[in-house]
Design a protein around this ligand. Structure first.
Ligand SMILES: *Cc1c(COP(=O)(O)O)cnc(C)c1O
Length: 355
């Protein structure tokens, strides 16, 4: 079964094998060496010279860390709503007592930076932005948002859980203040770890933040990072997996992986449209390269089932489009041949279901 999923994605064998390793302690040079290497490789993925912190949580934990460390109760933040994951970011900020202003965009549409910019007030403290919205299949223009927040007091906080290691990222050059991702998407590893990095501007805000935090207290992580350790026991085995995945990515080349991801997605979109399928994204310019959402009104579950019979596992849609969309992942271990074969299968399914 070829899995073209959107997380957790298929784990290649060499990544699985990296976890077949004798137990060891995270307070040893053996561990420190691995974490240090992963930090260095993730700097390339993020496009930063800042420190990378290893959190033992899914991506949601890193999202929570970004809020708990950078804000104080009542802080005004803008959250461009482009789908379910950005909505979750907004809910989380509300749970922490922030003054959350949602900027709603249509499903399938990317966030318009100019519209968000107009809503920035003198007391606005941050923009919580989803890099790649995995529920709809759009990618936001981080560089444009960075231009808005740079030289202001507004922190640009980016959830790149389904973007990092698949999409180009230039945290420092684009002026991203907090960037976070997780192990089970483009890093093609098991779930369990998330990674976060902060700009100098974000660190200054950490000093002022009065929200309660302990497990996700990034000042504590910073201290332990001096020796490439974490405050509590990390998910060592997921780290071994991520380390092997990053070696693979480094061998291929960080930019080459972005290019492979983009050309796979381009091929997939073109092939689907030529066949008469409709894409969910409103404007191809903002189509995600790590997942493609196909709109098949009322019949996406049937198509998903037919694809299983043909050896392909793709992701279903999310509410409110659970019955109408399919999400095809091009993150991680996906190559052009997989796309060609999937397109063949989609053609057969189209004929069989008379779509
Ligand atoms: C998967 C995903 C999440 C949720 O991450 P978990 O690792 O499941 O906590 C959040 N945001 C985006 C954009 C995602 O793709």
């Amino acid at each position: 079964m070829k899995k073209l999923l959107v997380g957790p994605v298929e784990i290649p064998n060499f990544v699985l094998e990296a976890m077949n390793y004798p137990s060891f302690s995270h307070r040893t040079p053996e561990y420190e060496k691995i974490q240090k290497k992963v930090e260095n490789q993730l700097r390339k993925v993020f496009g930063t010279t800042q420190e990378i912190f290893v959190l033992t949580s899914s991506g949601t934990g890193a999202m929570e860390a970004s809020i708990a460390n950078c804000f104080s109760p009542g802080d005004h933040v803008l959250v461009p709503l482009v789908g379910n994951f950005s909505r979750q970011f907004a809910h989380m900020a509300k749970a922490y007592g922030l003054d959350v202003e949602e900027v709603v965009f249509d499903y399938g549409e990317a966030a318009n930076p100019e519209r968000v910019k107009k809503l920035i007030r003198p007391d606005t403290k941050g923009i919580l932005l989803t890099h790649n919205e995995s529920s709809t299949g759009i990618q936001n223009d981080l560089e444009a948002f960075g231009k808005i927040t740079r030289n202001t007091d507004v922190l640009l906080i980016v959830d790149s859980i389904s973007g990092a290691a698949g999409l180009p990222l230039f945290m420092d050059n684009w002026g991203i203040d907090v960037l976070l991702t997780a192990s089970q998407k483009c890093l093609m590893s098991p779930p369990g770890l998330s990674f976060i990095s902060l700009s100098d501007k974000a660190w200054r805000r950490v000093e002022e933040s009065t929200l309660p935090k302990f497990y996700y207290d990034l000042k504590s992580y910073k201290k332990f990072n001096e020796v490439h350790q974490t405050p509590a026991t990390p998910g060592i085995y997921t780290l071994l997996a991520v380390s092997a995945a990053l070696d693979f990515i480094e061998d291929e080349g960080y930019e080459e992986v972005w290019e492979r991801t983009a050309s796979n997605a381009e091929k997939l979109r073109t092939g689907l449209v030529e066949m008469g399928f409709q894409l969910f994204v409103k404007d191809l310019e903002s189509a995600s390269d790590t997942l493609t959402t196909v709109y098949i009104q009322g019949r996406s579950k049937q198509v998903q089932q037919k694809l299983v019979e043909k050896g392909f596992l793709v992701a279903g849609g999310l509410t409110p489009y659970a019955e109408d969309t399919l999400r095809i992942g091009t993150m991680g271990y996906v190559f052009m041949q997989d796309i060609d074969e999937l397109l063949e299968a989609m053609k057969e399914v189209k004929d069989e279901l008379d779509l």
